[in-house]
Write a protein that binds this ligand. Structure first.
Ligand code: MG
Length: 388
C-alpha cells in the first residue's frame, strides 16, 4: 500500500492522478491511498476531493482560500495547512510515502526539496523544479538515496525504455519527441498576431494553460531538454529533439550499438502518472489501446529553431549553467502570464526568454536563495522591459 501526498490536486495532472487512483482502487487492489492533497486556491474542487478521498491533511497555497476551506470542512477530521509552509509540510508528511508534485512553476522547488529531505519517493511532474534548481534537487536525491520517478510523458518514456539497460555506458543518446504544438509549420510573420486562444489549442494533449502555451513556443521542449539532462545525467550534446506530430512515440533512447528503443501509446497522461505511482509494478489502465493501423503513418521533423526561439535559448542556458536556467524559467513564467493577459505578444515571449538566456549574469546556484533571486530578477526584468 502506497500512501500518496498529491501536490497540485486540482490541476490537470492532479485530477488525472486522482482518476488513476480511483481506477486502481476499483481493481480491488487498494495499493494507493490518498493521504494528503494540496491545491493553489480552487477550494470548491479541493473540498469535493477531500470528501471523496478522506486525506488526513490538506494544504491551500492561498492564505485566504485556506481560511475558507477550514470553515467548509469543519465537520471532517482533516488538518488544513496553508502557504508555502503548508506545501512543504505536506511534502514531508509523516503518514505519506510517495509525493506526486504536480504544482505548476517554480513554486514547486521547495516542496520537492522537502520531500527528498524527508526521504519520500518522489513522482515529479513539476519540470520547472528541475530546470531552475536541477543541481540542488539531484544532490538532495542522491544524498537521501531517492530515485526520482518522472511523470512528464517524454521522461517517463525514457525511464521506461531504460528499464532494461545493463550499464550506463551502453546509452548513446536520448531522443525527446515534441508535438510541435499548434503553430507547427508557421514562420515568424504568420505568428505576429496570435492570441492566447489560438495558442491554447493543442493538437494532441489536453493540458493546463501554462504548459500549453509553453508547447506553442517550444519552450516546453527546452524545459524538458534541461529536465532530461538532470534526470538522466546526460550531456546536452547527447540529447536530441525530433518533432513528431502525432504524439504516439513519447520518446526514445539509442544504445551504443545504435539500437533504438521507443515507448509508444495514445497521448494520455494517465499512463505516465500511473506508472510513477505504481512503479515498478504495472496495473490495467482505462486508457485506450494503441492501434497503429488507425494511424497509418507517423511523421517526424527537425525542430524549427529560428521561429521557435525559446528552444535554443534553453540549450544556451544550460550550457551557461549556474543560475541562468532558473532566470530563463522565471522569464518565461512571467512572459507567459503577461501573454495570457494580452499584455505582450506571442513573439515577445521568445524575445524575453532569449534576452535573459544570453545577457543575464551566470551566478553559481549553490542554495535555494540563489535560485529564487535569479527567478525574481528575471521576472522583474521581463515585466519592466516588455509589459506595455
Ligand atoms: Mg512533456
Amino acid at each position: 500500500m502506497k500512501k500518496l501526498a498529491l501536490l497540485g490536486s486540482t490541476g490537470s495532472i492532479g485530477t488525472q492522478a486522482l482518476d488513476v487512483v480511483r481506477c486502481i482502487q476499483k481493481e480491488g487492489d487498494d495499493s494507493v491511498e490518498v493521504t494528503a492533497l494540496a491545491a493553489h486556491s480552487n477550494i470548491r474542487l479541493l473540498e469535493a476531493q477531500i470528501r471523496e478521498f478522506k486525506p488526513q491533511a490538506v494544504a491551500v497555497f492561498d492564505l485566504q482560500a485556506a481560511q475558507q476551506l477550514r470553515a467548509a470542512v469543519r465537520d471532517l477530521d482533516v488538518q488544513v495547512y496553508s502557504g508555502m509552509e503548508g506545501l512543504c509540510a505536506l511534502a514531508a508528511l509523516e503518514g505519506a510515502d510517495i509525493v506526486l508534485n504536480s504544482v505548476v512553476g517554480m513554486v514547486g522547488l521547495e516542496p520537492t526539496l522537502a520531500a527528498l529531505r524527508a526521504k519520500k519517493q518522489l513522482a515529479l511532474a513539476n519540470k520547472e523544479t528541475l530546470v531552475a534548481g536541477g543541481a540542488l534537487v539531484m544532490e538532495a536525491a542522491r544524498e537521501n538515496g531517492i530515485e526520482i520517478l518522472p511523470v512528464d510523458s517524454e521522461h517517463s518514456a525514457i525511464f521506461q525504455c531504460l528499464q532494461g539497460m545493463h550499464t550506463k555506458k551502453d546509452l548513446n543518446r536520448i531522443i525527446l519527441t515534441a508535438s510541435g504544438g499548434p503553430f507547427f509549420g508557421r514562420d515568424r510573420a504568420a505568428l505576429r498576431d496570435v492570441h492566447p486562444a489560438d495558442a491554447l489549442k493543442h493538437p494532441n494533449w489536453d493540458m493546463g494553460a501554462k504548459v500549453t502555451i509553453d508547447s506553442s513556443t517550444l519552450m516546453n521542449k527546452g524545459l524538458e531538454f534541461i529536465e532530461a539532462k538532470w534526470l538522466f545525467d546526460m550531456a546536452p550534446e547527447d540529447i536530441d529533439v525530433v518533432v513528431h506530430r502525432e504524439s504516439i512515440v513519447h520518446s526514445l533512447i539509442e544504445y551504443r550499438d545504435h539500437s533504438v528503443i521507443a515507448q509508444l501509446g495514445v497521448p494520455d497522461m494517465r499512463i505516465p502518472i500511473q506508472y510513477a505511482l505504481t512503479y515498478p509494478r504495472r496495473y490495467a489502465s482505462p486508457v485506450r489501446q494503441l492501434d497503429l493501423a488507425d494511424w497509418q503513418k507517423l511523421t517526424f521533423f527537425r525542430p524549427d529553431e529560428e521561429t521557435f526561439t525559446c528552444f535554443g535559448a534553453c540549450k544556451r542556458a544550460i550550457q551557461r549553467g549556474g543560475t541562468v536556467p532558473a532566470a530563463v524559467n522565471g522569464a518565461n513564467e512571467a512572459a507567459v502570464s503577461l501573454f495570457l493577459k494580452e499584455k505582450i505578444s506571442w513573439l515577445e515571449i521568445g524575445e524575453a526568454v532569449c534576452a535573459v538566456a544570453d545577457a543575464f549574469p551566470a551566478q553559481p546556484a549553490t542554495c535555494v536563495a540563489d535560485v529564487l533571486e535569479a527567478d525574481r530578477a528575471a521576472r522583474a526584468y521581463v515585466t519592466e522591459k516588455f509589459c506595455r
